[in-house]
Write a protein that binds this ligand. Sequence first.
Ligand code: NAI
Length: 339
Amino acid sequence: RSIARRTSTTGAYLTRRGFASESAPDRKVAILGAAGGIGQPLSLLMKLNPLVSQLSLYDIAGTPGVAADVSHINTRSQVSGFAGDEQLRQALEGADVVIIPAGVPRKPGMTRDDLFNINAGIVKSLCTAIAKYCPHALVNMISNPVNSTVPIAAEVFKKAGTYDEKRLFGVTTLDVVRAKTFYAGKAKVNVADVIVPVVGGHAGITILPLFSQATPKANLGDEEIEALTKRTQDGGTEVVEAKAGKGSATLSMAYAGAIFADACLKGLNGVPDVVECSFVQSTVTDLPFFASKVRLGKNGVEEVLGLGPLSDFEKQGLEALKPELKSSIEKGIKFANDN
Ligand code: NAI
């Protein structure tokens, strides 16, 4: 069977057992922050992905246990756990895709930007190591604030002389996952059929779902669209409040992260027409980074797709998000250059 056929249904491997892997090329995936709330279920889901041949789990502590546990699952990949700075090199060497959910999550009342001071430093040090040990890997940035951590990563890679804008991605898939779920609920359509692009950034009003382009089409009123938009923008906060101090989205984020990494692997393997939304270097607007639909290929980003036709409500949302997104991007760039 061809790779394309075997992997054509998004996430199908999550529900199928006994898949074949003989024709898929070797791919090493490293997860940095693998012992955390997102890291553990993400490690599980990547262990289930038949496109992965080597799964490298890194954290400051706790990864030997997670790796031993996950390694007993009878799927293709060989699992190794690495802990501490001195093992970071081994964790990263040869990686095709590096997924970064390292850093602290939000507590009730916090914005993603409140995480900046801690997570910016973590991301900077991990990206310095990526530049050294696996400069050609595709980087999937989950650590918040994504609107700033992606620009930080870009600056670190530029300084190291390894920056390739085609290989750096802010993971905004959870916004897409939420938009699809909420839309399907309101529009009373089968959630598995729903497609909704989500553009902009990954925090509050910078998250802009384009429900005017959602399919299957539904006749939702303006108020319903506004409510869906707000719920998508506040989806993270909904989880933070429900967890009441025990962190933010981890399980749905692990699912979203697994979907995005799977898309990156398919692209690397030459599967055609792999398109996901992601926060990338962009000329779609006047901002240097922006989330929109991206076609993935053998080198990472194959094409950054435009926004398509927007409703008046979406046009307003786009103008409203630009100042905040611009300042988050600049904050990241400044941090990387000052520290
Ligand atoms: P967590 O606190 O449960 O796990 C974070 C893990 O990172 C811990 O195991 C910690 O030991 C590890 N870590 C800290 N410093 C590290 C370093 N220098 N190297 C390697 N690992 C390190 O947090 P959780 O819930 O897993 O969230 C992780 C991040 O993901 C947060 O920044 C959170 O805001 C973000 N997030 C992003 C989402 C998105 O849509 N992009 C959605 C949800 C969360």
